[in-house]
Design a protein around this ligand. Sequence first.
Ligand code: SF4
Ligand code: SF4
Length: 188
Amino acid sequence: MADNDKDGKSFKEQFIDPVAGFGVTFRTMFRKVVTEQYPFEKLPTAPRFHGRHQLNRWPDGLEKCIGCELCAWACPADAIYVEGASNDDANGERFSPGERYGRVYQINYLRCILCGLCIEACPTRALTMTNEYELADNNRQDLIYEKSDLLAPLLPGMEQPPHAMRDGFDEGDYYRGGLSTGPAGGAK
Ligand code: SF4
Ligand code: SF4
């Protein structure tokens, strides 16, 4: 072609394209800055952001986890370790409604990829994820979270387990949602 130089480059490739590249830079200089000043300013995450896990409680403080290990089996990174045990009313050791509870519960955040498959697998909605994303530390041991690190805080009206199920309620009432509507010790 007539406007090609001896290297075979056209006028556009030699002069227009490089200037167009600077045009992108120039335009961007006038756009709103998106840099976040973390950790000095912490912005909220998207509502469904997958952060640290939480082990939830029933409205009376009993734990929702039944120690079934389904979350551990669902985890592709082998990050969850669960040991279940039996509730024992005779010895005042009831931590959840029903037969079993999670005696040991650990999540290894050195392995976890925050994929959320574990919360999908949980049959009791005991396990959910918060928006908390500050999961870094200067040693490996502190990134293995224990049950005490993951349990939801006690809200007003909740009592620290172990304790009995609410008077007049059985485990079915808990799972059918009757506990949230009935008064403590009241009718079903
Ligand atoms: S979020 Fe994913 S990787 Fe992390 S514990 Fe759950 S299943 Fe495992
Ligand atoms: S968190 Fe859910 S799936 Fe995991 S052991 Fe507890 S009840 Fe089972």
